[in-house]
Design a protein around this ligand. Structure first.
Ligand code: NAD
Length: 500
């Protein structure tokens, strides 16, 4: 079967887009990097060059920030009504929906993920996210406040857009993560400079075309592709950016915080995780095994909220692990554009080296490894999923985020809630967790004690736009999705009028 741009399923629209010249979207127009530099974009399923995009530096970021600044300070955007902002978001949702097949193919080509999931998950959840936030501009209100100082007063608060926002996103859900950021920022009335991940810029660039087609005024959304250390760092440090929203590793998140200090811009962070999955002995093994396999291995384990630390009651431990392993072994590992592929490659050679080195270190340290064999594929960055038994809490494979299909399966003996919570919380992260039991009292008690931004009961994660998502501790600052995301993109002002 042919791969890459020769794959028989690829539509004319996708081929034509990939072969196009890829510049930045700045002030409503497409332009090249001032330096003329480009970045190679690779197909992770073959390791071959797909295309090139412009590589931005501080100069290009400055141009984009100026365009966003002008659009915010003096453009028509600030004068259009909330209802009009909502209609533009809805129009963009329709356009993304109309181009769902094309965007899914492009995402699969660029990121390696199975095209069926790119369409059903990445693209369709992006449409839902845009539609959810399309309803919000007309509902952003302040309040009137009774003050107690002497005299007669009319006092009220307003919620205003924060201004120009820099948004930096990762490669694991390139379109989805861009939409999670763009939709609430536009609903709030901000203007944007988006920097996609250097590995996966293509769907963001296609989205830029759809944003223009939807009719957003020039400069409202600007897109600069480029490396993190150049374009990303310049955006985080830029003195005319009012807020930076970052999704990526905890390590880079800390750099973003430092860079933002210069003008004390607002910062929100969606970072890494090492999420626990706690399975009680009353769980229905046959029923939960497929969901547990997805919790750990979906998207080749490249999911920030992936459930990668399993704690399973000893009475069902062996049977459950066998079922999860059997489930994931049934997934076809293959090229993302093949319709029957259930697991694609990792994003890059570096990521594959990282994943395999964690598995080897654990093996050397005494872990028993199910799976994890080198992939037989001659091309691309494929690995096979690994389940690690006999790990210890101090091992790096248990403590650190790997961002690949590696699951540590551990057992517990008694159901003592506080002890289980302590084990689940024994991490520097706090993004997600799940609890699998039919006993609602146990589930609620444990959910209260777990220090994580999302807790699922008999589900690992629920991708609903209305549910806030984000991390405790080193998993981040702030919450995306839901009403909470609007707070990330607004400032509250209080106005007090002396009526005397
Ligand atoms: P990364 O931190 O290396 O890169 C993320 C983005 O930051 C990219 O666009 C990159 O170009 C940019 N960047 C890199 N260095 C920068 C710098 N010095 N200044 C500014 N920007 C810079 O992360 P990654 O490897 O692309 O993604 C994987 C990580 O993202 C994982 O740790 C994962 O948990 C996390 N993630 C978190 C969430 C969440 O919602 N919590 C979602 C997806 C991914």
């Amino acid at each position: 079967m042919q791969r890459g741009l020769a794959h028989p399923s690829l539509s004319h629209a996708v081929l034509e887009f990939v072969r196009r010249r890829h510049g930045f979207l700045i002030g409503g127009k497409w332009s090249d990097a001032e330096s003329g530099s480009t970045l190679d974009v690779e197909d992770p399923g073959t390791g071959e060059l797909l295309t090139r995009v412009a590589a931005g530096d501080a100069f290009d970021v400055d141009r984009a920030v100026r365009a966003a600044r002008a659009a915010f300070d003096t453009g028509p955007w600030r004068r259009i009504t909330p209802a009009e902002r909502g209609k533009l978001l809805w129009k963009l949702a329709d356009l993304v929906n109309d181009h769902a097949d094309e965007l899914a193919q492009l995402e699969s080509l660029d990121n390696g993920k199975p095209v069926v999931f790119a369409r059903a998950v990445d693209v369709l959840s992006s449409v839902e996210m845009l539609r959810y936030y399309a309803g919000w501009p007309t509902k952003l209100t302040g309040e009137t406040i009774d003050v107690s100082v002497p005299g007669e007063w009319h006092a009220y608060s307003t919620r205003e857009p924060i201004g120009v926002v820099g948004q930096i996103v990762p490669w694991n859900y390139p379109l989805g993560m861009a939409i999670w950021k763009i939709a609430p920022a536009l609903a709030a009335g901000c203007t944007i400079v988006l920097k996609p991940a250097e590995q996966t810029p293509l769907t963001a660039l296609r989205l830029g075309e759809l944003i223009l087609e939807a009719g957003f005024p020039p400069g409202v959304v600007n897109i600069v592709t480029g490396e993190g250390e150049t374009a990303g760092a310049a955006l985080a440090a830029h003195p005319h950016v009012d807020k930076v929203a970052f999704t990526g590793s905890t390590e880079v998140g800390k750099l973003v915080v430092k860079a933002a200090l210069g003008n004390m811009k607002r910062v929100s962070l969606e970072l890494g995780g090492k999420s626990p999955v706690i399975v009680f002995p009353d769980a229905d093994i046959q029923k939960v095994a497929p969901a547990l396999a997805r919790a750990a291995f979906f998207n080749t384990g490249q999911v920030c909220s992936a459930g990668t630390r399993f704690y399973v009651h000893e009475h069902i431990y062996d049977e459950l692990v066998d079922h999860v392993y059997a489930e994931v072994r049934g997934w076809k590992i293959g090229y993302g554009l093949d319709a029957d592929t259930k697991m694609g490659p990792l994003i890059s050679a570096a990521q594959r080296a990282r994943v395999t080195s964690y598995v080897e270190a654990a093996r050397d340290d005494g872990a028993t490894v199910l799976g994890g064999a080198p992939s037989e594929a001659k091309q691309g960055y494929f690995v096979t999923p690994a389940i690690l038994k006999n790990t210890r809490p101090t091992m790096s494979v248990v403590r650190e985020e790997i961002f690949g299909p590696v699951l540590c399966a551990m057992s517990f003996r008694d159901n003592e809630i506080d002890r289980l919570a302590a084990v689940a919380n024994d991490t520097s992260y706090g993004l997600a967790a799940s609890i699998w039991t039919r006993d609602l009292s146990v589930a609620h008690k444990l959910a209260r004690r777990i220090r994580a931004g999302s807790v699922g009961v008999n589900v690992h994660s629920v991708p609903d736009p209305a549910l806030p998502f984000g991390g405790f501790r080193q998993s981040g600052w702030g919450r995306e999705r839901g009403r909470e995301a609007l707070e990330l993109y607004t400032e509250v002002k209080s106005v007090a009028v002396n009526l005397d």
